[in-house]
Ligand binder design. Structure first.
Ligand SMILES: [Zn+2]
Length: 243
């Protein structure tokens, strides 16, 4: 990390909040309203935090393929191949970004797996707040608000922090996906990591062990979702644009 980057990242969140343009402040307020709890907040949600500036996003988020080109990426929310059937706002490129600390750890996972001829295929990393708001809106418009209540869609996601990644295992040479039992974004108990037997159980365990060895934690309701901790986590809303 350069000295200039370190200086920028040491700014307090309140400094970013004061510099936020009005639309970002309104989005932040909407998130706070969304979490005002008539029902207990789903445990998938993060704490409510002010949205950090686009400048902070630019200095803190990195492209995982820039760090490790052999990681495969298919950004599902940048196209139509996702549960909403349409690209989500803020996804303007087939890329996966993460906080540098998490991307560096992910590169180590990839190198660890390569010894066994395996690799990672990433479906989602950093997610702009506007995309999360669109997901929640989709659940309301389609009568599936239970997906938020049941913890399958977070109204304040660790993806917004650049600290969550959705991925699977592939054969390194061919990119063929290993059998994990369900497709990505299966919103039911079949996707719960421990709910598997035979080869599927072996494959899920292999993914979890490789990720845990480098500091990631699996979300037990989604075999594909892993999170990473940093001390100064903050949500971003900068769109993901082509390199
Ligand atoms: Zn996820």
């Amino acid at each position: 990390m350069s000295g200039a980057t370190r200086a920028r990242t040491s700014q307090a969140p309140s400094a970013h909040a004061q510099r936020m343009p009005w639309p970002a402040r309104l989005a932040g307020a909407a998130l706070l309203v969304a979490c005002a709890p008539a029902t207990p907040a789903p445990r998938a949600n993060t704490a409510p935090l002010p949205i950090a500036s686009d400048a902070a996003a630019e200095s803190l988020l990195v492209d995982v393929q820039a760090l490790e080109p052999s990681i495969r990426v298919r950004a599902r929310y940048a196209g139509r191949d996702n549960f909403t059937g349409a690209p989500l706002p803020g996804y303007e490129a087939d890329r996966a970004l993460l906080r540098r600390e998490a991307a560096t750890a992910l590169a180590r996972v990839q190198r660890r797996l390569a010894a066994d001829g395996l690799g990672l295929l990433v479906w989602d990393g950093y997610r702009p707040v506007r995309a999360t708001l669109a997901m929640v809106r989709w659940t309301e418009e389609t009568g599936r608000a239970s997906l938020v209540r049941d913890g399958y869609i977070a109204s304040r996601s660790r993806h917004n922090l650049g600290l969550a990644v959705d991925l699977t295992l592939v054969t390194l040479a061919t990119g063929a996906e290993l059998d994990m039992g369900t497709p990505f974004d299966t919103f039911d108990a079949a996707a719960h990591t421990a709910n598997a037997a035979g080869t599927v159980r072996v494959n899920r365990t292999r993914l979890v062990r490789a990720m845990e060895a480098e500091g990631f934690r699996n979300y037990d309701q989604e075999w594909w979702h892993f999170s990473y901790d940093v001390p100064d986590a903050r949500p971003f809303d900068r769109p993901i644009v082509p390199r």
